[in-house]
Structure formats: structure tokens, C-alpha cells
Design a protein around this ligand. Structure first.
Ligand code: FES
Ligand SMILES: [Fe+2]
Length: 381
């Protein structure tokens, strides 16, 4: 973030606070419940969003050295990520090209070659077929180049590995990611590491979980026993960054800016900054660490979340681990306050009480996010 932007964002919220005003959208919006419940809608989102746009597959630090690899589900596809001897990243479908068995079953490790457990066809970490037992007689004319591992488009930038879950996609990474990469560089994403993480499944639509993070209207209510008292009531702002979004959620200490020279204003001291990396990842910047919420939508009504606490890699040292673990537990407990109400709201949809959810003028970020979702959707049958 440019220094001028940092000051302008603080100035805007400080001004609103002083005038007892709020960051308001023009009008109230209605969000039809089918967005969150319909199987057809979910299938369209999978086709046009999760299987079309660059997704975050991993943080760079998860593949730390030449030969590192990891396997993961990406938009329902089995992903094998590797780092070769030149430290370049490769993304493949984790599927044997002989008769389709799963190639690698470990979650992560260090390997230069991947040998299929079925008949031992073997590929190197650049996806080239290197070994076929009894090839001469069994596969006399085998063109090894036609049997490379199936590659997915991938890019490593700003400390993150981005992959498109579609081997035929030709993504314009630069255009799609440009605005968010600059922000990642600003908060030091390339030099961070994961200090703790865990995975949970929430019975709620993926969009409902995103919506829960981008307004401060609920802070003093849903978080009254945890973070609520530290934040200003119902005050937040947001800006679109291409398909992505940056929200600023000011703390009580915003009030102290009036006695402070602008040169000393620091946005992370006086607010939490939330990056919504469209579609599935959120990064919540606190003063000295970052909470990363990564969603894996399972169905219209169910989403798996990987919750991670990230910190500068120099501080992710063995003697700091109990500190980060405690920190992670506090973050997870606070986020669970959100996810529990989200799951209750998803169950509420099923009751038929509402035909739409209502977004007040404080909740304009929710409409903006849904507009972005809809801008990617083609025809739904
Ligand atoms: S299925 Fe993989 S080697 Fe045969
Ligand atoms: Fe919340």
C-alpha cells in the first residue's frame, strides 16, 4: 500500500468517527437466498470461478527447498506441487498417465522423482516421464513426451503459489493479480511463514463466510466477549482492488490520531486490514501477524476452511512456537464466533423464513463482493 493511501484511509475513518458518521453505501440491497442454497448456482460457481480463476495453492514457504513437494485438493482436483532444482514451481494433476492411479499419496516432503504405486511409471519433479518398467516390449513405440504429467497453469509471486484448476486455462495472471500482489509485497508476505494451522468444516455457503468478515456492524454484538470492546462501533471502510477487496476495520486507538503527527500514523497499529483475495482466501492483518482463512467449498451448504497464523519467518522459531500456538487459538476462537452464526444463518435459509438477506448501507462491501461473483458467472441452467 502506498504511504499516501495508508494516510488517506486513516484520515477518512478518523473524519467519519469525529463527525459521528459511518461509511455508507447509497442504498440497501437484497441478496436472494438461492445464491447460498442452490446446487445449480454452486455448480456454476465451480465451473466459472473455482475452476477458472487463479487460486492460492500454497504459501511459498510451504515448499522451502529444491525437491520440495506437496499434494492438495484444488477446486476438487488432485494437485501435485513441486519445486525443481532451479527453485521453479510446477503444478500438476496428481494422476498417473498410465492407467490413472493417484501418483503421490504423501501430503508433503522432498523428492526428485514420483513413482506410481501401481506399475512404477516414474516422473521427475518437472513432470517428465523418466521410467517405464519393461517398456521395450510392452510399449514399443511409447512417446514419452506425450505422457508428461498433466500441467496446470501456475505462478509464484509475492510469496504465494497461484494455480488455475484447469489444464486448458490460459490465465492473465498479471492482470488478475496485479493489485493484490502490490499489497502482499507491502505487508511482507514473501518473508512470512506459517506458525500454526488447522482445518475445520463449517455448514455454510462459502460466500456467507466471506460476507461475515467484511462488515463491522456485528463486532459489538457477535464479538462482545472477545474483540468487540477493542473496536469502534460499526465503523469500517472498503475498496475494490480489481476482483479483490481491502477492508479497514478501525480500533478504538484511531481516536488518538488527532494528537499525533501524520508522519507517525500506521494503519496496522490503529486498525485491522482485511484482504479478500477473490474468490477463496482472506488475509486479516493484525499488528504483528496475519490470520489466513482459506476456503474449499464442498457444496452449496458446506465449506472446509484452513485457518493459519502467519508471522515474519524470522519469528517462527522453535522458542516462539508456544506464543504463536496461543495466538492461533485465540484467533480461531474469535473466528468461530463468526462461523457459528454463519452456520446458524445457513440453517435459517432452509426454514424458508427469508426470500432474501438484507444488506444495510453499512454492509455495502457484501453487495460489492456479490457483484464480483456474478460478474464471473455465465449462464446457469
Ligand atoms: S497406473 Fe500408474 S503405473 Fe500403472
Ligand atoms: Fe466477525
Amino acid at each position: 500500500m502506498e504511504r499516501a493511501t495508508e494516510i488517506a484511509l486513516l484520515e477518512e475513518l478518523h473524519g467519519l468517527k469525529n463527525s459521528k458518521l459511518f461509511y455508507l453505501d447509497e442504498v440497501v440491497h437484497k441478496s436472494p437466498v438461492a445464491r447460498y442454497m442452490s446446487g445449480a448456482r454452486f455448480a456454476a460457481e465451480k465451473r466459472d470461478i473455482f475452476r477458472t480463476l487463479p487460486l492460492i495453492a500454497a504459501h511459498s514457504s510451504e515448499l522451502p527447498e529444491a525437491g520440495s513437494f506437496m499434494t492438495r485438493d484444488l477446486a476438487g482436483l488432485p494437485l501435485l506441487l513441486t519445486r525443481d532444482k532451479e527453485m521453479n514451481i510446477h503444478a500438476f494433476l496428481n494422476v498417473c498417465r498410465h492407467r490413472g492411479s493417484r501418483l503421490e499419496s504423501e501430503e508433503s516432503g522432498c523428492k526428485r522423482a514420483f513413482s506410481c504405486p501401481y506399475h512404477a511409471w516414474t516422473w521427475n519433479n518437472e513432470g517428465n516421464l523418466k521410467g517405464v518398467p519393461h517398456q521395450k516390449q510392452g510399449f514399443p513405440d511409447l512417446d514419452r513426451d506425450a505422457y508428461k504429467l498433466k500441467r496446470l497453469p501456475a505462478l509464484e509471486a509475492a510469496g504465494v503459489i497461484w494455480v488455475v484448476a484447469n489444464p486448458n486455462a490460459e490465465p492473465d495472471f498479471e492482470n488478475y493479480l496485479g493489485p493484490i500482489l502490490k499489497e502482499f509485497e507491502w505487508f511482507g508476505m514473501p518473508d512470512m511463514a506459517i506458525a500454526a494451522s488447522n482445518t475445520i468444516t463449517i455448514k455454510a455457503n462459502w460466500k456467507m463466510l466471506v460476507e461475515g468478515g467484511i462488515e463491522a456492524y456485528h463486532f459489538k454484538v457477535a464479538h462482545r466477549h472477545t474483540i468487540g470492546p477493542h473496536f469502534l462501533d460499526n465503523l469500517s471502510s472498503y475498496r475494490e482492488l480489481g476482483a479483490h477487496m481491502r477492508s479497514v476495520l478501525p480500533k478504538n486507538s484511531l481516536k488518538s490520531l488527532k494528537d499525533m503527527p501524520q508522519g507517525d500514523w500506521k494503519i496496522r497499529e490503529h486498525s485491522n486490514v482485511l484482504y479478500n483475495v477473490f474468490p477463496l482466501d482472506q488475509f486479516l492483518l493484525m499488528e504483528d501477524h496475519v490470520a489466513w482463512i482459506s476456503a474449499r467449498p464442498i457444496s452449496a451448504g458446506e465449506t472446509e476452511l484452513r485457518l493459519s497464523t502467519m508471522a515474519p519467518s524470522v519469528e517462527v522459531a522453535p522458542e516462539m512456537m508456544s506464543h504463536w500456538k496461543r495466538n492461533h487459538q485465540i484467533t480461531v476462537a474469535t473466528l468461530m464466533e463468526d462461523f457459528d452464526v454463519n452456520a446458524a444463518a445457513q440453517a435459517g435459509l432452509e426454514s424458508g423464513a427469508n426470500e432474501f438477506l438484507t444488506f444495510g448501507r453499512y454492509e455495502g462491501a457484501l453487495e460489492s463482493f456479490n457483484k464480483t461473483v456474478e460478474s464471473f458467472l455465465g449462464e446457469t441452467d
